[in-house]
Design a protein around this ligand. Structure first.
Ligand code: AHE
Ligand code: ZN
Length: 375
């Protein structure tokens, strides 16, 4: 059966730094190996803002942003067997084909199958399913959830339990899963000391997961004093505001002092390269491991004295928390339904689709953890 094009509303970013504009777009039917999804809810993540702002060197325009979506499969292209019409789904910006060198390695969640075309803002056949009066609009991160209908590759979507509210589980498309995976995929955290730099959604998720797996001491760090109560609510034992340290005192030196030589594990959840350095240098000599989760601004580089690594600290990073989305998201949704995984607690703001730009403004305020947009 040959599907028809759908007209719907989408938030289009026409150029770097421009606000999103709600437009009527044509969404072509899914081709072989593709899935068209009716998006009902989407979160807004700092990465959407990073690309909107024009700071992302890989940013392409015009584009339909968004990568934290929840929706229902409207139709599928030829050969699609992994999801069916009517399934409740979460699009995945980290695909999982189970066939490529990466997927088969057993060492990483990164998948090579659609990486190149995804990076070009296109579907795997090198074309776009979005257009306005015949002008193609770029896809984003293989998901483009700021559209009432989107098309994704079948390797870039997972069906989840219909018992779970899509307005909540959409957030598993990025932030909460990233935070969860960064902790549970790393052996050794139970019983260990942990410091988390940055108390946004990712930082709070890392704090919460570390506390749940019984880290012995979880120290939250943020320059916004308002984040102390958030961090503690999510399980942090202590909170340090670097701005309150004596003049000239570095946060890493303070942390090394109060932890008898440094932390076992640290996490950068800020994307600030100076914070990344502090997170590494706050690690304990001989075994401390620092994980970079935040996305740094274009052209930024990290630095430290090599002696920091020679003396046994490890600097690492992960994308989407090391989580294989198609395999693991259904289980995370079950954990949410059983009350073992927090999602509701992150949602501080709700917006109608027409107010999506206000949702971006919400995100900049320290009081916003996650804003969910009702499409
Ligand atoms: N294009 C940016 C980098 C963006 C980036 O690091 N993306 C993260 C996901 S951020 C989620 O909010 C990622 O996982 N990337 C892996 C990948 O394969 O793209 C830049 O600075 O160039
Ligand atoms: Zn994100």
């Amino acid at each position: 059966t040959v599907g028809k094009s759908i007209k719907c509303k989408a938030a289009v970013c026409w150029g770097a730094g421009e606000p999103l504009k709600i437009e009527e777009v044509d969404v072509a039917p899914p081709q072989a190996g593709e899935v068209r999804i009716h998006i009902l809810y989407t979160g807004i993540c700092h990465t959407d803002e990073y690309t909107r702002s024009g700071k992302d060197p890989e940013g392409l325009f015009p584009v339909i942003l968004g990568h934290e979506g929840g929706g229902i499969v409207e139709s599928v292209g030829e050969g699609v067997t992994s999801v069916a019409v009517g399934d409740h789904v979460v699009p995945l910006y980290t695909a999982e084909c189970r066939e490529c060198k990466f997927c088969k390695s057993g060492k990483t969640n990164l998948c090579g199958k659609v990486r190149n075309t995804q990076g070009k803002g296109l579907m795997p056949d090198n074309s776009s399913r979005f257009s306005i009066n015949g002008q193609p609009i770029h896809h984003f991160m293989g998901t483009s959830t700021f559209s009432q209908y989107t098309v994704v590759a079948d390797v870039s979507v997972v069906a989840v339990s219909k018992s779970a509210p899509l307005e909540k589980v959409c957030l598993l498309g990025c932030g909460i899963t990233t935070a969860w995976g960064s902790v549970v995929k790393q052996p050794g955290i139970p019983g260990s000391t942990v410091a988390v730099f940055g108390c946004g959604a990712i930082g709070l998720g890392v704090i919460n997961t570390a506390a749940q797996v019984s880290a012995s001491r979880v120290i939250a760090i943020d320059t916004n004093p308002g984040k102390e109560s958030w961090a503690k609510k999510f399980g942090a034992h202590e909170f340090v505001n670097p701005l309150t340290l004596p003049e000239g005192k570095k946060i890493q030196d303070h942390l090394v002092e109060i932890t008898d030589g440094g932390l076992d594990y640290t996490f950068d959840c800020t994307g600030n390269v100076h914070v990344m350095r502090a997170a590494l240098e706050a690690c304990h000599k001989g075994w401390g491991v620092s994980t970079i989760i935040g996305v740094a601004a274009a052209g930024q580089e990290i630095s430290t004295r090599p002696f920091q690594l020679v003396t046994g600290r490890t600097w690492r990073g992960s994308a989407f928390g090391g989580v294989k989305g198609r395999t693991e998201l259904p289980g995370l949704v079950e954990e949410y339904l059983q009350g073992k995984l927090k999602i509701d607690e992150y949602v501080t703001h709700h917006r109608k689709f027409a107010e999506i730009n206000e949702g971006f403004h919400d995100m900049h305020s320290g009081e916003c953890i996650r804003c969910v947009v009702d499409m």
